[in-house]
Design a protein. Structure first.
Length: 153
């Protein structure tokens, strides 16, 4: 009760824990939660700055080097959505091109429903070197490199 003194808020929190299969706090989790709550502002600000800079850098690189891609404006996460419809590929072909030409394994937008078809989702919450490797791989994709790719079916 000392960690979340408000009974209504505490119950909401406990309900969310239960919904995710989590239960009683242990001594370490109480200390970790208390420290995170009281002392994490600088870390969080630094993390958010890092993620914003990764997004800025990736969008700049994609805009300059990937004429077939359109970056979807951010909606507040460390995930980047990229519209790849200009490549004219179905989702299986797009997955193949990402793996075999670019050497990356993004989340396929089609996994999030029909509206995600033709999109990929990339995680920006990683070291910059990983994003540099992703951009280098994505640069290998062009209309020329996708000719003759396997067809779906």
């Amino acid at each position: 009760n000392f960690l979340i003194p408000d009974p209504t808020l505490r119950q909401r929190f406990l309900s969310r824990l239960d919904a995710h299969g989590l239960d009683v706090f242990n001594a370490l989790s109480v200390q970790a939660a208390t420290t995170a709550w009281n002392e994490s502002r600088q870390w969080l600000d630094s993390l958010l700055d890092y993620l914003a800079e990764n997004r800025r850098w990736f969008v700049e690189q994609a805009t300059e080097h990937l004429p077939w891609a359109r970056i979807v404006p951010a909606q507040g996460t460390y995930l980047l959505w990229m519209d790849c419809k200009k490549l004219g590929l179905d989702d299986e072909q797009l997955k193949w091109v990402m793996a075999d030409v670019a050497g990356i394994a993004p989340s396929m937008g089609s996994g999030f429903g029909p509206a995600g078809s033709g999109f990929i989702r990339l995680n920006l919450g990683c070291p910059r070197t990983y994003l540099e490797m992703a951009i280098d791989g994505l640069k290998r994709i062009s209309v020329k490199t996708i000719k003759g790719i396997p067809t779906g079916g």
